[in-house]
Design a protein around this ligand. Structure first.
Ligand code: HEC
Length: 98
């Protein structure tokens, strides 16, 4: 444990073409602690109140992606229509997802 095969921050490396061990953020990602400053956009809440409408400008590709994400992550409980009678709800002894 005293000696570990690891790079220290700011050290040199022959492994990466730029010679640095520290890597920059991956394009399209947000580092922890650097989330968007826009509270309404990131939480749906402004001044302790729900904002009541989506702050994003909706596009067809965005809606299609949202539908795909919903069908993957939410439909098992909520079903694809949001009725709350997804496969998990049907097979659980508990309440349906609303
Ligand atoms: C493991 C099952 C499960 C999954 C997966 C799931 N939910 Fe739920 N969801 C529930 C249950 C159960 C409730 C009801 C909770 C309650 O009434 O206390 C609920 C409630 C909700 C509510 C509140 C509905 C209301 O009328 O108040 C929303 C909104 C919601 N879910 C959205 C989502 C979204 C969006 C996803 C996918 C990102 C998702 N849920 C995935 C089980 C699930």
């Amino acid at each position: 444990m005293d000696r570990q095969p690891k790079y220290k921050p700011q050290a040199q490396s022959a492994f990466f073409a730029d010679g640095r061990t520290s890597r920059g953020p991956v394009p399209g990602t947000v580092p922890q602690g650097f989330a968007a400053e826009d509270e309404a956009r990131s939480t749906g809440i402004r001044d302790n109140m729900y904002i009541g409408q989506n702050p994003l400008t909706l596009t067809k590709p965005m809606l299609e992606r949202g539908e795909k994400r919903f069908n993957i992550y939410c439909a098992p409980c909520h079903d694809r229509t949001g009725s709350g009678r997804g496969i998990v709800s049907q097979r659980s002894s508990c309440c349906p997802a609303t």
